[in-house]
Design a protein around this ligand. Structure first.
Ligand code: ADP
Ligand code: ASP
Ligand code: MG
Length: 444
């Protein structure tokens, strides 16, 4: 079985849903189809939540009706028969009456916000399933809320998914097409929750791992993973093959095409991930598996919103166990560390989760000196094949970035990643300079 995931733009117009049907029925392979919300819907739902949180119910109601009008016209184009249209309209009416009821709850808490934001995927999948039914396809809708669950730390419970999915597939698995929602799940309290923005990729990979799929395909609006961020750099090209490790680094360090955690379950079970373009299905895309090419530089990505902390203590000099004490504080405040640089008496680290920063810093100050943190930093990550016998790799990177102030460098953590920290204002310049210096591509 294969798992195919279609993102927001891939389902964002009725004609796109028509093309998806053609794509998923072009062979006899049994597939699980994971769908995102229609493009723009998750943002619209979050914006409704913002209005409610800031006590602007009229503004929220206006946004709800505006979004509903979009769905009303969408279903008019999606279905071909009056029966199909009737079913589509019923789905939209039901979900929007639920959305309206959510907006009336006071106080409007995070629990309601998560229920509201889940409506995007609940709408898109029901509408698509009704369209497949209208077209006479052999399909069924499996509710993700029955088999996707996260633990108290927001981490997916893969064992639960595996067990539940097996049960559900045993009862419904005869169908050729099994449609389900990306992104949404339940938490240990049984409430509706989600896998964070862009989480439908992660759903697809978790399902692919759980059922040991032959392949996971992520269908999006671009022809695979590019060598650089196409939103910032004009002259980029698709990469044909990446290893799980290379793709994981790129996803984690900002390549938006994949949710940061997507590769973990696929790698765990050795399930290849193929990135494909819904707008150009014939394009080769990118295959993420165990093999790599021996090309030195593969790709560049950047992750924004980074905070750098500078920790000093003379007691570190020749002492052991000091780093452990420091990192215990990060563990206590559930704050992952990305980059680390050390000298004999100092440690610099970067973090992107700052909700516990004040407490974390107060605790570090009980046994260390802290400089003022640097905010709004960006990690630029270069991925490739940097085995120890390749000379000149770091030189080439630093030469490309000549003239850009660099705050930290991490080299040697793995054989396939060099990461640099700089202020966010230099990001675009750095990505363009690396495109020229590492890939010989001048700005178009
Ligand atoms: P979807 O809605 O299908 O999940 P996303 O918008 O989340 O799509 O991801 C696709 C987008 O990721 C592309 O349109 C592109 O702008 C952006 N992107 C950022 N970095 C890269 C990269 N290195 N390669 C390809 N796309 C990238
Ligand atoms: N709809 C969700 C989002 O916009 C999940 C996804 O598209 O992957 O973040
Ligand atoms: Mg996405």
């Amino acid at each position: 079985m294969q798992v195919w995931k279609f993102g927001g733009t891939s389902v964002g117009k009725p004609e796109r849903m028509h093309s998806i049907r053609t794509l998923i029925t072009s062979d006899d392979q049994q597939k699980i189809i994971v769908l995102s919300a229609l493009s723009g819907t998750t943002n619209a739902l979050l914006s409704i939540a913002e209005s409610l949180k800031s006590d602007q119910p009229d503004e929220a109601a206006e946004k709800v009706e505006h979004l509903k009008a979009h769905y009303d016209s969408f279903v008019r184009e999606l279905y071909k028969t009056s029966e199909g249209l009737g079913n589509g309209q019923k789905i939209v009416e039901n979900e929007f009456s639920y959305i309206r009821s959510l907006t009336r709850i006071r106080p409007f808490t995070l629990k309601q916000e998560k229920e509201l934001v889940a409506e995007g995927e609940l709408l898109s999948t029901q509408m698509f399933q009704a369209y497949l039914e209208e077209a006479g396809e052999d399909s069924i809708l499996l509710p993700a809320l029955e088999f996707m669950r996260v633990d108290a730390d927001g981490e997916p419970e893969l064992d639960f998914t595996e067990r539940k999915l097996r049960e559900l597939l045993r009862s419904h698995g005869g169908r050729k097409l099994i449609v389900t929602q990306g992104f949404i799940c339940r938490n240990p309290r049984g409430e509706v929750d989600n896998l964070k923005r862009g989480g439908s990729d992660y759903t697809a990979s978790l399902i692919g791992g759980a059922i040991r799929a032959d392949e996971i395909q992520i269908w999006t609006d671009i022809d695979g993973m590019h060598n650089n961020d196409p939103r910032i750099v004009k002259n980029t090209f698709p990469i044909r093959a990446l290893t799980f490790e290379e793709a994981a680094e790129l996803a984690y360090f900002g390549a938006k095409i994949l949710h940061p955690s997507t590769i973990t379950p696929a790698k765990m079970f050795g399930v290849p991930v193929r990135l494909k373009n819904t707008m150009d299905p014939g394009a080769e895309g990118t295959l993420i598996a165990s093999k790599t090419s021996d090309q030195v530089f593969k790709a560049v990505a950047a992750k924004d919103g980074i905070t750098a902390l500078y920790i000093h203590s003379l007691r570190m000099l020749n002492a052991y166990g000091f780093l452990r004490r420091i990192f215990e504080v990060f563990e206590k405040y559930k704050t992952p560390v990305d980059l680390i640089a050390t000298s004999e008496v100092s440690v610099s680290v970067t973090i992107d989760k700052t909700d516990n920063l004040t407490d974390l810093m107060a605790e570090l100050r009980t046994f260390c000196d802290l400089e003022e943190p640097d905010y709004d930093q960006t990690i630029v990550c270069i991925v490739g094949n940097f085995s120890a016998d390749h000379a000149g790799v770091a030189l080439q990177v630093l030469k490309a970035l000549e003239g850009i102030p660099i705050r930290m460098i991490s080299y040697g953590g793995t054989e396939h990643n060099i990461s640099l920290l700089m202020h966010g204002r230099y990001k675009a310049e750095a990505l363009n300079a690396l495109n020229e210096g590492l890939f010989n591509l001048k700005e178009a």
